[in-house]
Design a protein around this ligand. Structure first.
Ligand code: DON
Length: 571
């Protein structure tokens, strides 16, 4: 293991230094990813305290689900920009026992009073303030239901919920010193926080600036809310005083949520999506996330090509696969409880073959030629993903979010719970872009109790029925292409996981008709893509893919350095 680790590290260092020096590559904006090796268990998360808490659960005999639950509650305290109990997400689990794959959907729902016109102004146009900034934006949170469901059904039974929440409670009650990560994201969210006195008093100084790095952040209300959950389970969140305070705060902020909406919220298990890629089995999240469908559609298209790392012809094909798959996403996908999407067709190898036949191998096909919609702008980086593997052969990929950084910015008074603005993921009006520039149509229109379409892509790749790669990412629309590229880097390009995670990524989502590339993609490649008709734009690193690879010799974790404070912990 030790030798392997050094080699992987050397490889990671090499791609960091060599191309930049030798080929005039643009400087990457983040340091190399350091692989961490371990024999028994591994947690890779975007925040170090939470990763250490999860690894401790594994060491004490917990399984991957126990650890994932502890990490999920901890990050609600230590990573307020995205870790949450006021949002929602998706968990994909592989259980060694019985060789089972499970998908838990704990996506937020729209309150029962939501209609398809909820996010429109008086002129009938989409109003981004309604879907992003006001109480109307807030979906009924799913995280507490999701994490407790996961533990009840798939935990090892060695840990009670209260034991797994205890570290989160201690961090909230006693406080912790905020670090780089809080400064990195907090500064750009000051305006969003300042609008809500309940949030400002926690995260901002009296002069309106952000609390400084090193400040002890004590979250007493959040500690009390977590204590209630530890004692009485999810009921303490969805019924009684906490639920009443949340719904009152949302309504005071102009929203529609009632105590009844919280009481009837349910996390649900859905059949996982399964596909194959070059002989490996891919297990990912079904709708209401588009992640699994779009990932598998792209992989199916690309399986018919021989791809070479960094080769312009290969990269061109990858971009075109993205363009076609995202066009399908926009037109066809939504909450499966409300719309019937042709999922099996979209994921079939035959459909992929028809796309390959249509795909121009030399030139970018303008997105207009595929289907019509409107162009768009983009928002920041705020979901969070973590990957866990235990010594029993179980794995968890979990991605959860409150949507934009610090969600809607509002802490529901008296609860400590920072609320999401997830309902911006609906198509507020047909063809009008959301904060990530994604467009959608009827399949994703707002409606009562509906779950907005997501891009979160927690994914487990199996080899011979056992976990091989566990990955996922934040990044809104870019999540699915980030996961795609981590998989292509490992499977097609044979990169060690640290290198696969570190390598600069690119993204196309059909609309707007742009290929976004991270700084670090070589100038030659950019020119070669432009020569093929791609409209290339350089963008800051928005995704971050904490990943684990399982080798015959042990586990290798890679914490993505695109997020400061990310950590891989193994034992
Ligand atoms: O569910 C989704 O696809 C989005 N709400 C995720 C938001 C996100 O990743 C923000 N981080 N960049």
């Amino acid at each position: 293991m030790r030798r392997m680790s050094r080699r992987a590290l050397a490889a990671a260092l090499l791609i960091w230094i060599a191309p930049a020096a030798a080929h005039g590559q643009r400087a990457m904006q983040f340091p190399p990813v350091q692989p961490v090796t371990a024999r028994n268990g591994m947690v890779v998360a975007q925040e170090s305290r939470a990763a250490l808490i999860g690894a401790e659960v594994l060491k004490r005999g917990g399984n991957a689900v126990d650890a994932a639950v502890a990490v999920g509650f901890a990050m609600a305290v230590t990573y307020p920009r995205a870790g949450n109990i006021g949002g929602g997400g998706f968990m994909v689990i592989h259980l060694a026992k019985g060789n089972r794959d499970i998908a838990i959907d704990y996506r937020e729902t729209a309150p029962a009073a939501t209609t398809k016109d909820t996010f429109l102004n008086a002129q009938g146009e989409a109003d981004p303030a309604k879907s992003r900034e006001l109480g109307l934006a807030i979906g009924v949170p799913g995280t507490v239901a999701g994490l407790t469901l996961a533990l009840e059904k798939y935990g090892s039974g060695r840990f009670k919920l209260a034991q797994l929440i205890a570290p989160a409670i201690a961090l909230a009650r006693n406080g912790y010193k905020v670090g780089d990560e809080f400064e990195d994201t907090g500064r750009s969210s000051i305006a969003r926080m300042a609008r809500w006195p309940s949030t400002a008093k926690l995260f901002l100084k009296p002069d309106g600036s952000l609390i400084a790095r090193g400040t002890l952040l004590v979250q007493s209300d959040l500690a009390s809310t977590l204590e209630g959950i530890a004692k009485h389970g999810a009921r303490a969140f969805y019924e009684g005083p906490v639920a009443d305070k949340i719904s009152a705060a949302v309504r005071e902020a102009g929203g529609l949520m009632t105590s009844g909406d919280l009481k009837t919220y349910k996390a649900v298990e859905r059949p996982v999506l399964r596909g194959s890629y070059r002989g490996l089995r891919i297990v990912s999240m079904p709708p209401p996330s588009s992640g699994g469908v779009v990932l598998l559609e792209m992989l199916n298209v690309l399986e018919g090509f021989r791809l070479k790392a960094g080769d312009p012809d290969s990269v061109h094909l990858v971009i075109e696969a993205m363009r076609y798959a995202y066009a399908d996403r926009a037109h066809l996908l939504g909450d499966p409880d409300f719309v019937k999407a042709p999922i099996a067709g979209l994921m079939s190898k035959r459909y992929a073959a028809t796309l390959r036949a249509r795909l121009d191998r030399q030139r970018a096909t303008p997105s207009d030629k595929i289907k019509t919609a409107n162009p768009a702008g983009f928002e920041g980086n705020n979901t969070t993903h973590y990957s866990v593997v235990d010594r029993f052969g179980n794995a968890v990929a979990n991605t959860y979010t409150i949507n934009l950084s610090y969600g809607v910015g509002m802490i529901a008074e008296g609860t400590g719970v920072l609320m999401n603005n997830e309902l911006d993921d609906f198509a507020a009006a047909p063809g009008v872009p959301n904060a990530f520039g994604l467009v959608g149509f009827e399949a994703n229109e707002p409606g009562p109790n509906k779950r907005p379409l997501s891009s979160m892509t927690p994914t487990i790749v199996l080899r011979d029925g056992k976990p091989f790669i566990v990955t996922g990412s934040p990044g809104g629309s870019r999540i699915i292409t980030a996961v795609l590229q981590v998989l292509l880097n490992v499977i097609d390009h044979r990169m060690p996981i640290a290198e696969a995670v570190h390598a600069p990524r690119l993204h196309h989502q059909w609309r707007p008709d742009e290929t976004m590339v991270e700084a670090g993609v070589s100038a030659e490649l950019v020119r070669a893509l432009q020569a093929r008709g791609h409209n290339v734009k350089v963008w800051p690193p928005f995704t971050s893919a904490p990943s684990i690879v399982v080798t015959p010799h042990g586990l290798i974790g890679a914490a993505d350095t695109r997020t400061r404070g990310a950590l891989a912990v193994g034992y």
